[in-house]
Ligand binder design. Structure first.
Ligand SMILES: Cc1cc2nc3c(=O)[nH]c(=O)nc-3n(C[C@H](O)[C@H](O)[C@H](O)COP(=O)(O)OP(=O)(O)OC[C@H]3O[C@@H](n4cnc5c(N)ncnc54)[C@H](O)[C@@H]3O)c2cc1C
Length: 486
């Protein structure tokens, strides 16, 4: 059967592999000149930058694609586990190295905060318990199929309700478990992994550290973009055709079924379509005649990000791959984002891939990816805001690292919510589709298939089970599990 995929984001690529393995003829249409969507790369002079994601978790979902195809992962893609997950810095001079090894982490918590570091075992056990109780059911299955809910696993998940902290927020869970304000702040940070607010998102989100500490934080040896490039190579080896600079203009419909795509004003017939385009824009732009599920599409969207990509002509031994310079007032920072603005003392995340991939920057230089959490695009005066945020970010870096960073910036690019939407078609430039700030958020994501049109499927960060590389890869698996032509 001949089918088309709209978009070559990570979920679109994963779907193309899965569909090719099933024996289908697969065509992927991508409006950009390159694959990967948010998971892409670019160069400024001799500096290479991964454009979006910098943290790689759950590599087994990538491995699954190679093994399904009967290939050896290492022939295409190599990665390794980080022994240090993140370096944390506070303005009062406190620092903490988040070691992957739990005994070392416990000792480091004791050193940095002066509390019993063994508290981390309890915290990570709670996180794992939440995953064991409901992770599989909520992340690996369609929530829109009866058979998902009619087995023992589902019953276990539903019975576990009260233990999942659904009716309290993440900050309350962390406050109860961690006690020390800096450790609470560190754990609250995990809400940002799906663009939510720790003071609003339900306590179940304290499952996130389980992925990073119990399973691991990893780096692809050739940079994050090698996740995209290796999977595109696998797809091509399986016979998938990619068409770049080809923006899909419309999905063709006959009676109650999709029957093709319009590209360059020409109708190309297909028996099935998988949209990796943000679901909001799929309805709005590609099937405007179809009644959209308003309640789902009008949910609050996740936060976005402002990124400064800097070539730095200096090295900073106190920094590692992942670094966080914390705000003095985390609650105010999230309150500002809720109000559509950015707090004057923002938390600054610095990622330096040169720390593990030497050729990403010239000798004695580093490639800095400097990210600040910002609200999604509500037509703020971004140009003015970016000037202020840039100044505040530089001052924060200078205070904490005791430097004058501007002196060392040799080249620069910026990505903001407007350009994220422009480059990837993500509604409002939200990084993760719908926000996860409501306890019903999991049920308010669009399903992986259309309930109105036969043979139309959806994958990617804006639909179930959500954003982030691992969940996008799972969305492709759910499409695969439920794929049938009517
Ligand atoms: C700055 C940033 C940092 C992030 N950090 C992390 C992280 O550390 N770890 C992590 O796991 N995740 C992270 N994420 C989230 C992660 O990048 C995304 O969840 C994931 O990459 C989204 O993949 P996707 O499959 O939904 O497609 P997208 O990446 O959204 O790509 C969709 C593709 O579809 C194409 N397209 C859209 N409309 C059309 C059309 N009409 N015709 C043809 N093509 C079309 C677009 O051009 C694009 O290439 C981050 C995201 C950003 C932006």
């Amino acid at each position: 059967m001949k089918l088309a995929i709209i978009g070559s984001g990570i979920a679109g690529i994963a779907c193309s592999i899965r569909m090719a393995i099933k024996g289908h003829q697969v065509h992927v249409y991508e409006s950009n000149s390159y694959p990967g969507g948010k998971l892409s790369e670019f160069y400024i002079e001799k500096y290479r930058f991964d454009a979006g994601p910098s943290l790689f978790t759950m590599p087994q979902y990538v491995e699954d694609l190679f093994s399904l195809a009967g290939k050896s992962t290492s022939d295409y893609f190599e990665y390794e586990r980080l022994s240090t997950i993140c370096e944390y810095f506070w303005e009062d001079g406190t620092t903490l190295t988040a070691y992957a090894e739990k005994k070392m982490l416990a000792a480091e918590i004791k050193r940095a905060f002066g509390i019993d570091g063994d508290v981390i075992y309890k915290i990570l056990k709670d996180s794992q318990k939440k995953y064991d109780l409901c992770g599989k059911i909520f992340l690996e299955n369609s929530l829109h199929k009866i058979n998902t809910w009619t087995n023992l696993e589902a019953l276990k998940g539903l019975m576990a309700g009260p233990r999942l902290d659904l009716f309290t927020n993440m900050n309350s869970v962390n406050t109860k478990l961690a006690k020390h304000p800096k450790l609470i702040q560190l754990l609250n940070r995990y809400a940002t992994y799906n663009g939510s607010n720790p003071y609003q998102t339900p306590g179940i989100m304290s499952v996130i550290p389980h992925f990073e500490y119990n399973i691991g934080a990893f780096v692809p040896k050739q940079g994050m973009f090698s996740i995209t490039s290796s999977l595109v190579q696998l797809a091509k080896d399986l016979g998938v055709n990619f068409y770049f600079n080809k923006k899909v203009e419309q999905i063709s419909i006959k009676e109650k079924s999709v029957c093709g795509l319009i590209v360059d004003k020409t109708n190309i017939p297909y028996e099935a379509i998988i949209s990796n385009m943000d679901v909001f824009n799929t309805y709005k732009k590609l099937i405007p005649g179809i009644k959209a599920p308003k309640r789902i599409l009008s949910q609050k969207k996740s936060s976005s990000a402002l990124i400064f990509y800097w070539g730095i002509k200096k090295t900073f031994p106190q920094l590692d791959v992942h670094n966080i310079l914390f705000s003095n007032n985390y609650e105010k920072e999230f309150q500002s984002i809720e109000e559509g603005g950015v707090y004057e003392d923002p938390t600054v995340y610095i990622n330096i891939s040169k720390k593990y991939k030497q050729d990403d920057a010239p000798a004695n230089c580093e490639n800095w990816f400097v990210m600040i959490n910002v609200p999604n695009n509500q037509s703020q005066s971004w140009d003015e805001m970016i000037k202020v945020i840039r100044r505040n970010t530089i001052e924060k870096i200078n205070r904490i690292l005791k430097t004058d960073i501007e002196k060392f910036i040799t080249c620069e690019e910026t990505l903001d919510p407007r350009s994220i939407e422009l480059k990837t078609s993500s509604h409002l430039g939200a990084l993760y589709g719908n926000s996860s700030d409501s306890k019903w958020a999991a049920f308010m994501r669009h399903s992986n298939f259309s309930q109105q049109l036969n043979n139309l499927y959806f994958c990617g960060g804006s639909v179930h089970p959500g954003g982030g590389i691992p969940l996008c890869l799972l969305s492709a698996k759910i499409v695969d599990d439920n794929f049938k032509i009517l």
